[in-house]
Design a protein around this ligand. Structure first.
Ligand code: NI
Length: 157
């Protein structure tokens, strides 16, 4: 395992759409191991592959000490609304409020390609939504209710 450099906002790669993972092989496992290490090294709650420069649909999350890897995640249903402050390892110290669904059901595969479904709420739901957005080139600052404040501080988009 190794930590990888986190790509920062302003870099074009963060705005691209990631491609589905097709091969559940050693290079995927190495990527996932490195993403986990990189997330913990930076005290993050989640990390998406494009944040380490890889345009593949893979994310890792850790909310309340429950580590999860989701490959090709798809949010298949959502319910309710919840507003909380978020941050992002690719954005730096800025934190701002984002409206997210309160509850989601997400379908994904594990690192061996086995499909599973998770129903979750509040912070885990928020974290997964945030990371899935990364796979579509979307950053939390795009949806942030405090975007004006971010821009006034000279924040990049
Ligand atoms: Ni992020």
């Amino acid at each position: 395992m190794a930590t990888r450099n986190v790509v920062f906002v302003g870099e074009n790669i963060l705005r691209k759409k990631s491609k589905p993972v097709k091969d559940y092989d050693e290079s995927l496992w190495e990527l996932l191991d490195d993403m986990k290490e990189t997330m913990y090294a930076n005290d993050g709650m989640g990390l998406a592959a494009p944040q380490v420069g890889i345009l593949r649909r893979a994310i890792v999350v850790d909310v309340n000490n429950a580590f999860l890897e989701l490959i090709n995640p798809e949010i298949i249903s959502q319910k309710g609304e919840d507003i909380e402050e978020e941050g992002c390892l690719s954005v730096g110290t800025f934190r701002g409020r984002v409206k997210r669904p309160y509850e989601i059901t997400v379908k994904a595969c594990d690192r061996y390609g086995y499909p599973f479904t998770v129903k979750c709420e509040k912070w885990l739901a928020r974290c997964i939504c945030h990371e899935v957005d990364h796979l579509n080139g979307v950053l939390f600052i795009d949806k942030c209710l405090d975007k004006d404040k971010y821009l006034k501080q000279g924040g990049k988009i």
